[in-house]
Design a protein around this ligand. Structure first.
Ligand code: PMP
Ligand code: GLN
Length: 429
């Protein structure tokens, strides 16, 4: 049996939070603000494009071009050329992938040699770490620090990088840095000063920047999304990653992309052709039509890209209010569809020792699911081992949900806070 054990290089990916918490949601059927996805459909034109293409005569249900269906790479090139200020070659500078996941995987794995270092900003979307480790890369972590730790309500922009600490991480072994803006789980939108500081270090040390921008259209005014690739001399060293699942609010379509300079994209293409070869044709054709519609309607009321943050802002406000009214300390995001909240007000008032996890946020999430049928995600998931302890003061909630779901969330949160405040410390429920 030893012969067939999981190779050591994959050990860091053996546990997966989504597998565990989707399983928990299936078992207990809670009000689910855990995994990030909307619980309602975007405008019906997007799904109509898919049903039309699936029934159309022609070769739409057969294999298409390996690095991306032509209609889609053309649309991506048209849109992003104008957004980053560089004319993007659709066939050599764009790769279509199975979700942003595969784009991240190809970008990371096709560049790291064993022993190369990759800088990861904490908190981070959880798959970055195993993607670096499984190819023998060494993650070097730096935390965003909450500068308003005691405030009852704070903002994602209060979480900041220390430029001096970041400088010290760059060295001759540094191959790449991964940034994520707008950020999951914080909702932080990196500003020009922060991005310029990172860009300058990348240029100084000849380092690649993988810029995960899957929430690029989910930005709340007055914040603005700035694309790393649009900064001076950054095109040549940036791989930008996007997701149709996030862009069109249909996460189950699992289509993503990466764009960047030809020499770098060639490396990603090689990994893609080894592992995947080509993505589903009808989904690519439908996403291409979605983009064409958006490109023709940018800055009009028809624009989904511009409308989505307006649709979500009231949900964000409502969620923050519920959390604040019920003893949590929310961190208000500037982008994305997640909100974290400090739950430690309750730490001494409940007994979660029936749960056997190492970190208290895991215990609390599971206890909450089982006792109150409400699901969030433990915040410590998004940290390296050394920082999981303090990170477990928070939970993450997804607020891209029907108003009716958020109302149920309000009912549960109110019931929870009323029940707990009427009980003495450590009372078992
Ligand atoms: N990056 C971030 C920051 C994410 O939150 C996600 C989750 N959707 C992904 C990448 C992966 O996206 P996809 O579902 O398109 O694979
Ligand atoms: N990005 C989503 C989240 O953070 C989904 C994660 C996943 O399915 N792996 O919730």
């Amino acid at each position: 049996m030893e012969k067939f054990k999981l190779p050591d290089r994959y050990k860091s990916g053996e546990y997966n939070v989504w597998i565990e918490f989707i399983g928990l949601a299936m078992e207990y059927k809670p009000v689910n603000l855990g995994q990030g996805f909307p619980d309602y459909n975007p405008p019906s034109r997007f799904s109509q494009y898919l049903s039309e293409v699936a029934n159309k005569s022609g070769l739409y249900n057969q294999y298409t071009r390996g690095f991306g269906h032509i209609r889609l790479v053309n649309a991506l090139s048209k849109l992003y050329s104008s957004l980053v200020g560089h004319s993007i070659n659709p066939t050599s500078e764009v790769l279509v992938t199975v979700g942003a996941y595969e784009a991240l995987y190809c970008a990371i794995q096709s560049h790291l040699e064993p022993g190369d270092e990759a800088i990861i900003i904490e908190p981070f979307f959880d798959c970055y770490e195993p993607m670096v480790r499984s190819v023998g890369g060494i993650p070097r972590f730096i935390s965003l620090k909450n500068t308003k730790i005691n405030a009852s309500i704070s903002h994602s922009s209060d979480w900041k990088l220390d430029p001096e600490e970041l400088k010290l991480l760059f060295n001759s072994k540094t191959k790449l840095i991964i940034i994520n803006t707008p950020h999951n789980p914080l909702g932080k939108v990196f500003d020009l000063e922060e991005l310029t500081m990172i860009a300058d270090l990348c240029k100084k040390h000849n380092v690649l920047c993988i810029s995960d921008e899957v929430y690029e259209w989910l930005v709340y005014e007055p914040s603005k999304h700035i694309r790393m690739a649009s900064l001076p001399n950054m095109w040549e060293r940036t791989i930008t990653i996007g997701s149709a699942g996030k862009t069109f609010s249909m996460t189950g379509w699992k289509l993503g992309w990466a764009y960047g300079p030809e020499n770098i994209m060639r490396n990603l293409q090689v990994l893609h052709q080894i592992a995947i070869y080509t993505c589903a044709t009808p989904v690519q054709e439908a996403v291409a039509k979605g983009f064409e519609h958006e490109i023709n309607n940018l800055n009009t009321p028809e624009s989904y890209f511009q409308g989505i943050s307006k649709e979500l802002k009231p949900k964000l406000n409502f969620t923050a209010q519920i959390l604040a009214n019920n003893g949590f300390k929310p961190v208000i995001p500037d982008g994305g569809y997640f909100m974290i909240a400090d739950w430690t007000n309750y730490e001494k008032k409940i007994d979660i020792s029936s749960e056997i996890d190492k970190y208290k946020d895991f215990k609390f999430v599971k206890w909450l699911v089982k006792n109150f049928k409400l699901q969030g995600i433990p915040f410590s998931v998004f940290f390296s081992e050394q920082n999981k302890d303090w990170a477990s003061d928070y939970l993450r909630f997804c607020f891209f949900k029907k108003d009716e779901t958020l109302k149920q969330f309000e009912e549960i949160a109110t019931k929870f806070s009323n029940t707990i405040s009427q009980k003495s410390p450590s009372n078992k429920l």
